[in-house]
Design a binder for this molecule. Structure first.
Ligand SMILES: *[C@@H]1O[C@H](CO)[C@@H](O)[C@H](O)[C@H]1NC(C)=O
Ligand SMILES: *[C@@H]1O[C@H](CO)[C@@H](O)[C@H](O)[C@H]1NC(C)=O
Ligand SMILES: *[C@@H]1O[C@H](CO)[C@@H](O)[C@H](O)[C@H]1NC(C)=O
Ligand SMILES: *[C@@H]1O[C@H](CO)[C@@H](O)[C@H](O)[C@H]1NC(C)=O
Ligand SMILES: *[C@@H]1O[C@H](CO)[C@@H](O)[C@H](O)[C@H]1NC(C)=O
Ligand SMILES: *[C@@H]1O[C@H](CO)[C@@H](O)[C@H](O)[C@H]1NC(C)=O
Ligand SMILES: *[C@@H]1O[C@H](CO)[C@@H](O)[C@H](O)[C@H]1NC(C)=O
Ligand SMILES: *[C@@H]1O[C@H](CO)[C@@H](O)[C@H](O)[C@H]1NC(C)=O
Ligand SMILES: *[C@@H]1O[C@H](CO)[C@@H](O)[C@H](O)[C@H]1NC(C)=O
Length: 410
């Protein structure tokens, strides 16, 4: 099977300038509460890597595209490739990546302005999708953010429609116009269409065709005007999920509402429901899994504090529940950074205290033991194998190899 795929990839290389002009990964499918690939069970485990499309932690060399108002710039291809190699070294199968799907309102975005397409923004996104596919890492992309950050979100669509609102207006009931105003919903769908129909310059597949992108999420942490209200109208969730599946029938759709809103569980087009954990909370985890399982859908822990800085239950107890619950499709910790490649002498840091820097020699013994625990969990979820906690973390070279062909192992 592996050999056949490799030969097909090689044959593709002869026929076109692309090394493999067909989708080499099969789509992820859902049956009730389980996910599978080619009939075999599949779990989505990996990091959040929000910066793959557009970053705000590195000041680029003079002359490179840069947005000084937000310190935003495109990450280097070497940083992106190293991130994919690191997902594999961690035993991961996927990454959740905000800026591969959320890219609006910044001069460097896919849509800097309403309906205006900036082709340059696709270079890093295309590269991330291409290298992810070659490393065998699948991608989950939120389509809009609840907040008013450098990479864009619902406030861009509100302002484009004439609603003068910023993140400071998060409690203003007018923000619900993002979900309810037909003009805004239509412009959001246009944006989704720009993204999903885009053809990748590195593998000549549209994002709709490329099974590397196994799922789109309707958004990140979507709420209404009251913090934690989960007030993202079910009708909107359904309309967006239908639209995504109309353009890309092989994708799964995640409900991007922040938390499990039980009134959404019956939406036919939604496959997966998720929540985020700051801190880790096993009681909430268990009751949410129960609710989602009862609806015959898949549960996913989309973000959590792997460091333990918010307190809460232990990561071990969280992982044990996830491993023992068949309706859990997987989990993604927040969040992975790598070297400032191609320089490779230092690691990129982010200010939230949740930065995981794989194999940084400066990591404390505590940090290393947490990373070993994550890897043990990911390996168990993705292969069923139990590895020792003190197994040495595999080395990821920096720069990491660019993979031009499909490979089953790194
Ligand atoms: C879906 O899962 C059910 C059991 O939950 C099984 O009976 C059925 O055959 C599965 N369908 C497919 C298409 O695999
Ligand atoms: C941009 O980065 C510089 C240097 O790290 C920092 O001093 C400045 O505050 C940052 N600006 C923004 C808008 O974050
Ligand atoms: C929707 O937004 C448009 C502005 O783009 C506005 O003219 C219209 O009144 C809004 N619709 C509703 C129902 O508020
Ligand atoms: C937008 O709102 C801000 C703050 O409320 C206000 O200062 C500004 O004048 C408004 N702009 C427009 C175009 O209405
Ligand atoms: C890319 O794919 C399109 C659509 O299948 C096809 O028309 C085109 O020839 C391909 N380009 C290359 C260089 O293979
Ligand atoms: C859930 O979503 C519905 C709309 O679909 C909304 O009315 C409700 O406020 C939301 N929140 C909760 C906690 O149910
Ligand atoms: C480790 O810490 C030292 C001292 O702060 C620093 O100079 C060095 O760059 C760090 N190494 C890495 C790989 O980040
Ligand atoms: C990385 O950022 C965190 C949070 O701001 C900070 O506590 C930590 O000291 C930083 N690490 C380095 C090596 O600068
Ligand atoms: C590794 O951990 C196992 C228990 O998980 C222990 O038995 C073994 O002694 C440890 N090995 C080393 C080299 O620390």
């Amino acid at each position: 099977m592996k050999l056949d795929l490799f030969l097909l990839a090689a044959a593709g290389a002869l026929a076109s300038p692309y090394h493999a002009s067909r989708a080499l990964l099969s789509p992820v499918t859902r049956n009730g509460s389980s996910l599978s690939v080619d009939g075999a069970p599949w779990k989505a485990v990996g990091p959040n890597i929000y910066w793959l499309g557009l970053d705000e932690n590195v000041i680029p060399p003079a002359g490179a595209p840069f947005d000084p108002a937000n310190n935003a710039s495109y990450p280097t291809k070497e940083r992106i490739t190293e991130a994919m190699a690191t997902v594999k070294a961690l035993g991961g199968t996927m990454a959740r990546a905000h800026t591969l799907g959320v890219s609006t309102g910044n001069p460097l975005s896919v849509w800097p302005d309403l309906g205006v397409v900036n082709e340059q923004a696709f270079d890093t996104i295309d590269w991330a999708v291409y290298q992810a596919g070659r490393y065998g890492v699948r991608l989950l992309m939120p389509l809009v953010d609840n907040y008013d950050y450098y990479h864009g979100g619902k406030y861009n669509f509100l302002r484009w429609a004439g609603f003068n609102l910023t993140g400071d207006d998060s409690t203003n009931p007018e923000i619900q116009q993002f979900y309810t105003n037909a003009t805004i919903v239509a412009s959001f769908k246009d944006y989704i269409e720009t993204l999903v129909t885009h053809r990748n310059q590195y593998n000549n597949l549209t994002y709709a065709e490329d099974a590397t992108i196994f799922a789109y999420e309707t958004g990140n942490e979507l709420n209404g005007p009251v913090w934690g209200d989960e007030d993202c109208p079910a009708a909107w969730v359904q309309e967006i999920a239908q639209f995504v599946k109309g353009l890309a029938p092989d994708k799964l759709v995640f409900d991007g509402t922040y938390g499990i809103n039980e009134t959404h569980l019956a939406i036919e087009e939604v496959d997966v429901y998720s929540d985020h954990f700051y801190p880790v909370d096993t009681t909430k985890l268990q009751s949410d899994i129960q609710a989602v399982q009862s609806a015959d859908k898949v549960y996913f822990a989309g973000e959590y504090d792997w460091v333990g800085q918010s307190g809460g239950d232990t990561l071990q107890s969280f992982y044990q529940i996830i491993e023992e619950s068949p309706a859990v499709g997987g989990d993604a910790f927040w969040s992975l950074f790598g070297h400032n490649a191609p320089g490779c002498s230092t690691f990129v840091n982010h200010s939230d205290g949740f930065t995981l820097q794989y194999n940084n020699p400066n990591n404390t013994a505590y940090t290393t033991s947490r990373i070993e625990l994550i890897r043990q969990h990911f390996v168990k979820m993705s292969t069923g194998k139990e590895i020792s906690l003190n197994e040495t973390l595999p080395v990821v070279p920096c720069p990491a190899p660019v993979l031009r062909r499909w490979t089953s192992s790194y």
